[in-house]
Design a binder for this molecule. Structure first.
Ligand code: KG4
Ligand code: ZN
Length: 339
């Protein structure tokens, strides 16, 4: 059973072929041009998806050594995301399903991230804690099976990636800011400045990053009113990054502790952060917990994760469409929050 999955919810156009829970291909085309606008421009993103989607799908099929006629089912991200971007992927997938008379499975993007670690490590067992940290989301889940999960907590203001992007902009760095801050932080002292670790004293699993943002903003205005560079830039980057990483690591591990799970999965763009990977592995090792942090191409927005969960839905006979009656939604994930 081969699935061609398509992901176009934000600024990556991606297609992948999945068979037996493995990615035979996973092609990702990133829209780097948004960098000059300081953020993703929705209308330009959807136009760029239109330009690249055919080529990306063809490359996914070719590099999986298969043909479109051999595809048994299509899968596509339908929520959440930028409406115009979602429509491009969804309509392209619908066109393929209509032409090749195959079923199609709509997939929630966050569910894709939630299970993406299985693409790397099939030994994970339920239940586990899954953290999704990206530019749009900071969500902590208790995952019980491929069909059941509860949200334990989420950000009450900015997403972690959004905080990286906003601080990077204050520091005069390019968009997306996460990789830039990560790189400068490598040369900096993380203990040089102490930025607030918000909500760490609360027993719940919610996050807040706007306090750090405000604190860095006032700090820069006072200490570096004419701009920041050199070692200072590296030290502020490292100190800010350490505060965010501290919050993420502590909240995630306290969820692991509360629900007595053996595995912790992290995914989403921010999980590419080198200090986060280092610290979460260090801390988890001390308490004998296995951290699954997929390789970057499965962490960032990608179609392999969409195909993976679509295959599970296919096997469970869940949300398979033999017509084209589904639509896209930019709304966030809908699920119960566990207290
Ligand atoms: O998951 P993703 O590719 O797209 C969505 O937001 O859905 O995540 C993008 C976010 C951006 O905010 C970017 O700054 C952040 O992930 N990011 C990082 C790193 N690489 C990407 N944040 C911190 N450190 C990184 N190395
Ligand atoms: Zn994402």
């Amino acid at each position: 059973m081969k699935i061609l999955a398509i992901e176009s919810s934000c600024d990556e156009t991606s297609a992948a072929v999945i068979e037996n829970s493995e990615a035979l291909s996973n092609i990702i085309s990133s829209q780097y041009f948004h960098s000059k606008f300081g953020g993703v421009v929705p209308e330009l993103a959807s136009r760029a998806h239109v330009k690249s989607i055919y080529v990306v799908c063809k490359e996914a099929i070719d590099s999986a050594n298969t043909t479109i006629e051999d595809i048994d089912c299509f899968a596509v991200t339908t929520e959440p995301g930028l409406a115009g971007s979602l429509v491009v992927g969804s309509n392209f997938a619908k066109g393929l399903a209509l032409k090749y008379r195959k079923p199609i499975i709509p997939v929630n993007h966050i569910e894709g991230h939630l299970y993406s670690g299985f693409l790397q490590d099939s030994s994970i067992s339920f239940p586990f804690i899954s953290l999704v940290v990206s530019g749009g989301h900071t969500l902590l889940f208790l995952v019980r099976s491929f069909t059941e999960y509860d949200i334990l907590g989420s950000t009450i203001d900015d997403a972690a990636g959004e905080a990286f992007d906003k601080i990077a902009s204050m520091l005069g760095l390019n968009y997306p800011g996460g990789p830039e801050i990560d790189a400068y932080a490598k040369k900096g002292n993380p203990d040089k400045y102490l930025f607030p670790r918000s909500m760490l004293n609360r027993p719940d699993f919610d996050f807040s990053f706007s306090g750090i943002k405000t604190s860095v903003k006032y700090f820069l205005a006072e200490k570096f009113p004419t701009g920041i560079k050199g070692q200072d830039l590296s030290d502020v980057s490292a100190s800010f990054q350490e505060a965010v990483v501290d919050i993420i690591v502590k909240k995630s591990l306290s969820a692991v502790d509360k629900f007595k799970t053996k595995f912790l999965m992290i995914s989403g763009g921010v999980s590419a952060n080198s200090r986060l990977r280092e610290k979460i592995n260090e801390e988890a090792r001390k308490i004998n917990i296995k951290v699954i942090c997929p390789e970057i191409s499965y962490c960032m927005d990608n179609a392999a994760m969409i195909g993976f969960i679509a295959e599970k839905k296919l096997l469970e006979n869940q949300s398979i469409f033999y017509d084209l009656s589904f639509s896209v939604s930019s709304a966030a994930i809908r699920t119960r929050k566990k207290k």
